[in-house]
Design a binder for this molecule. Structure first.
Ligand SMILES: NC(=O)c1ccc[n+]([C@@H]2O[C@H](COP(=O)([O-])OP(=O)(O)OC[C@H]3O[C@@H](n4cnc5c(N)ncnc54)[C@H](O)[C@@H]3O)[C@@H](O)[C@H]2O)c1
Length: 349
C-alpha cells in the first residue's frame, strides 16, 4: 500500500464537518492539518477528528505542511486568494461552491491551475448524489429515448438560516447557493445549455437577496428545461434537501420523487426503483443523501490524485456553470434571455 495523500482543510465551519467525516472514511487520503481564521473553530475541528496541527494562517500552513492537496471549505469571498495560494504551493486544490463571485475570479483560478499543472476541483456534490446518478444512468441507458423536456425542482421551507446565517444577508442567495448546484446537475444530466431566462423572487421578510427563482434553459441538444428553487415553500413532508426531477423523452418519462423513488413511465406502466442512499454511520436525516455524496466526491478526488480519473467537475468545467448563475441575474434584471456563449465571451474580456 502506498502512503496516503496528505491533505489540509481550510475553513472549519458548518459544512466542513461533512468534509472531515468523508476524508476520515476515504482510503488513500489523510487530513494532516486544519486551518481557520478563528482559532477556536480550528482547534474544535482538530479535537473532534484527531488532527495533530492547527493554523490560523493558510500561508503558514502550506509552508509547514507541504500538502499534496488542499480542501477549501470557506465561503465564496475567500476562494480566489486561498485557491491561488494552494496552487502556488503545488497542491491539488478543491474549492467549495460557489466557485467565485465573478467570472473573472473563476477564470483566474482556472488559469492558476493550468500554470501549476495541478488538478482544480469544484466541490459540486449534487452530481455525486446517488438518486441523481441513478437518473443519469437511466437516461444514458436510453430508458426514455431522446429527452425532450426536463424539470429540476428544489423547493422547501427548511430553516437553512440556523446553520448558515450568512444566507439571509447575501444579496445573491438562491441562485448562487443552490442554483449553481442545479445548473451543474442539469449539465450532468442533459448536456450544456445555449441560453437562459430567469425570474427571481425575494419572499421571506427581511431577506437581503432572492430566495426563489425559476429559470428556463434551451440546451444545445434541443431539450428545454426548467430549473426551480425556493427556500420559502410550505410543503408537508418537506423534501429538503432533495432535488426532484421530471424528464420526458420520446419513449417515456423519468421521475425522481420526494421519497427517493425513481419512477419510469413507459409503455402504459410505471416501474419504481428505490434510490435512497444509506445514512452514513456519522450522518443523519435529512442530510444523508448530501453527506453520502460528499464522501463519494472525496473518494473521486483520491482517484484523480492517483491518476485514474479527471476532476468531476473541474474548475474549467465549472466556469460555464458559474456563468449560468451570473447570467441568470442579468436575465432577471433585464427581463431578457441571455445567450451563454456570448455572456462568457463578454465576461472573459
Ligand atoms: N456542497 C454543499 O452541499 C454545501 C452545503 C453547505 C455549504 N456549502 C458551501 O460551503 C462553504 C462554507 O459554508 P459554511 O456554511 O460551512 O460556512 P461557515 O461560515 O460556517 O464556515 C466558513 C469558515 O471559513 C473560515 N474562513 C474564512 N476565510 C478564511 C481564511 N482566509 N482562512 C481560514 N479560514 C477562513 C471562517 O472563519 C469560517 O469558520 C460555502 O461556500 C457554502 O456555499 C456547500
Amino acid at each position: 500500500m502506498s502512503e496516503p495523500f496528505r491533505g489540509v482543510l481550510i475553513g472549519c465551519g458548518f459544512f466542513a464537518k461533512n468534509h472531515m467525516h468523508g476524508w476520515a472514511d476515504a482510503d488513500g487520503a489523510e487530513i494532516v492539518a486544519v486551518c481557520d481564521l478563528d482559532e477556536a473553530k480550528a482547534k474544535a475541528m482538530a479535537a473532534e477528528f484527531g488532527i495533530a496541527r492547527t493554523y490560523t494562517d493558510a500561508a503558514a500552513m502550506f509552508a509547514a505542511e507541504k500538502p499534496d492537496f488542499a480542501d477549501v471549505a470557506t465561503t465564496v469571498e475567500s476562494h480566489r486568494p486561498l485557491v491561488e495560494l494552494s496552487l502556488a504551493n503545488g497542491a491539488a486544490t478543491i474549492c467549495q461552491k460557489p466557485f467565485a463571485e465573478t467570472f473573472a475570479d473563476a477564470k483566474a483560478m482556472v488559469d492558476a491551475a493550468a500554470r501549476a499543472g495541478k488538478p482544480l476541483f469544484v466541490h459540486e456534490n449534487f452530481r455525486w448524489q446517488l438518486p441523481l446518478i441513478a437518473l443519469r444512468d437511466a437516461l444514458a441507458s436510453g430508458a426514455i429515448g431522446r429527452p425532450t423536456y426536463a424539470r429540476l425542482s428544489f423547493r422547501h421551507g427548511y430553516d437553512v438560516y440556523a446553520n448558515q446565517p450568512y444566507l439571509a444577508k447575501t444579496p445573491r442567495f438562491a441562485l448562487m447557493d443552490v442554483g449553481i448546484h442545479l445548473y451543474d446537475t442539469v449539465r450532468f444530466l442533459l448536456g450544456d445549455a445555449a441560453d437562459i431566462h430567469c425570474r427571481t423572487q425575494s419572499l421571506k421578510p427581511g431577506i437581503a437577496g432572492e430566495d426563489a427563482f425559476v429559470a428556463t434553459l434551451r440546451h444545445d441538444s434541443g431539450v428545454v428545461s426548467t430549473i426551480e428553487c425556493s427556500f420559502f415553500s410550505k410543503i408537508v413532508p418537506d423534501p429538503f434537501p432533495q432535488t426532484l426531477a421530471w424528464i420526458e423523452g420520446d419513449a417515456g418519462t423519468l421521475e425522481l420523487t420526494g421519497d427517493y423513488r425513481l419512477r419510469l413511465h413507459k409503455d402504459g406502466t410505471v416501474t419504481e426503483t428505490d434510490v435512497e442512499p444509506e445514512i452514513p454511520a456519522w450522518g443523519d436525516r435529512p442530510w444523508h443523501a448530501v453527506q453520502d455524496s460528499v464522501a463519494a466526491f472525496e473518494r473521486h478526488v483520491v482517484d484523480v490524485l492517483r491518476g485514474n480519473a479527471e476532476p468531476q467537475p473541474s474548475g474549467a468545467h465549472n466556469l460555464e456553470t458559474l456563468a449560468m448563475g451570473l447570467a441568470s441575474y442579468q436575465s432577471a434584471e433585464t427581463g431578457s434571455t441571455v445567450d451563454l456563449d456570448r455572456y462568457m465571451e463578454e465576461s472573459a474580456r
